[in-house]
Design a protein around this ligand. Structure first.
Ligand code: NAD
Ligand code: UDP
Length: 323
């Protein structure tokens, strides 16, 4: 039995020491809840949760979600999974296991506790989309055997598992399809475009645009996204998703490179590297469902979010070279 009493909940966040998970942890603690953060620290970092160790409502557990976990909680947010192409391609078999076995283990836990469970799915379920912008009804265009497939297909299978647990076991599920999100606490070396460009610009290194930089992405600031997570979790039980969460502002990668150069005042030059295999040519969320069902839309403009992220990396980089 879950141990729900008054309005304070005990909430499990898998991947809680990662970029998104640590911001979600902060927000839920601010709301007065207890948070148990479960993470194997593959891409996450103790640095992201260091400030919480004296908080009596926070607990960290080092654990790999591909193994079963027995805890008593009221809600689960399942975020554990490497999210950047470099990291999820580093050990692709483990990536699929994390998505699929991790989902089975967390769904099993939710079933035993009869508690609500949130899944951090992704715009990658749409693959290299032929429908633009992408609505939730679009089934996607995913290569099942390419180098991104461990992530894309792992996340698609996790969605399948969530909906089967919902239909078969009447579990309350909340599935969010997250589009590219950025902000402080992104891993400085995980190769994602926003962190890469900012670190390169601050270090005066060449900005590595892949291909001609004509591919597009839509970038959501982390605070907006976390609000969307909580809005989805708190909305009534018949809303299961999947629901797109992201910022529809669409930019080419070359536009992003120039914006980062401008905002950092960097002297870095842009260089053009080979385009990685199966890199989606365009991506932009259709968020009409999130707007109508959750009354949610992002508020932070790219320039403002980039300034906050640049300020974070300006503080972080000297620390990294000292250690
Ligand atoms: P992140 O790499 O910073 O966080 C992932 C966390 O999961 C890390 O702390 C990592 O150590 C942990 N982890 C990985 N494998 C694990 C395992 N087997 N057991 C326990 N912990 C494990 O990435 P993020 O950007 O914070 O992404 C969080 C979630 O959101 C992921 O599921 C990702 O797929 C999803 N997502 C993120 C984005 C984005 O733009 N940031 C976009 C779409 C989906
Ligand atoms: N990208 C780039 N230079 C980099 C890193 C990424 O041009 O140094 C491009 C990448 O090819 C992709 C886009 O930026 O088209 C977003 O890449 P990211 O890895 O951040 O996310 P994803 O491809 O998963 O959306």
């Amino acid at each position: 039995m879950a141990r729900l009493y008054d309005s304070r909940k005990r909430i499990l966040i898998t991947g809680g020491a990662g970029f998104l998970g640590s911001h979600l942890t902060d927000r839920l603690l601010e709301q007065g809840h207890e948070v148990i953060c479960v993470d194997n620290l593959f891409t996450g970092s103790k640095r992201n949760i260091d400030h919480l160790h004296n908080n009596p409502r926070f607990e960290f557990l080092r654990h790999d979600v591909t193994f079963p976990l027995y805890l008593e909680v009221d809600e689960i947010y399942n975020l554990a999974c490497p999210a950047s192409p470099i990291h999820y391609q580093h050990d692709p078999v483990q990536t699929t296991k994390t998505s699929v076995h991790g989902a089975i283990n967390m769904l099993g836990l939710a079933k035993r506790l009869n508690c609500k469970i949130f899944q951090a799915s992704t715009s990658e379920v749409y693959g290299d989309p032929t429908v633009h912008p992408q609505p939730e009804e679009y089934w996607g265009n995913v290569n099942p055997i390419g180098i991104r497939s461990c992530y894309d297909e792992g996340k698609r299978c996790a969605e399948t598992l969530f909906f089967d647990y919902h239909r078969q076991h009447r579990l309350q599920i909340k599935v969010a399809r997250i589009f590219n999100t950025y902000g402080p606490r992104m891993h400085h070396a995980d190769g994602r475009v926003v962190s890469n460009f900012i670190v390169q610009a601050l270090q005066g290194a060449p900005i590595t645009v892949f291909g001609e930089g004509a591919q597009t992405r839509s970038f959501c600031y982390v605070d907006d996204l976390v609000s969307g997570f909580i809005r989805l979790m708190e909305t009534n039980d018949d809303v299961s998703g999947p629901i797109n969460l992201g910022n529809p502002g669409e930019f080419t990668i070359l536009e992003l490179a120039n914006k980062v150069i401008e905002l950092t005042g960097s002297k870095s030059e842009i260089i053009y590297n080979e385009m990685p295999q199966d890199d989606p040519k365009q991506r932009k969320p259709d968020i009409s469902k999130a707007q109508s069902v959750l009354n949610w839309h992002p508020e932070i403009e790219l320039e403002n979010g980039l300034e906050r992220t640049i300020a974070y990396f300006k503080r972080l980089l000297p620390e990294l070279t000292q250690n």
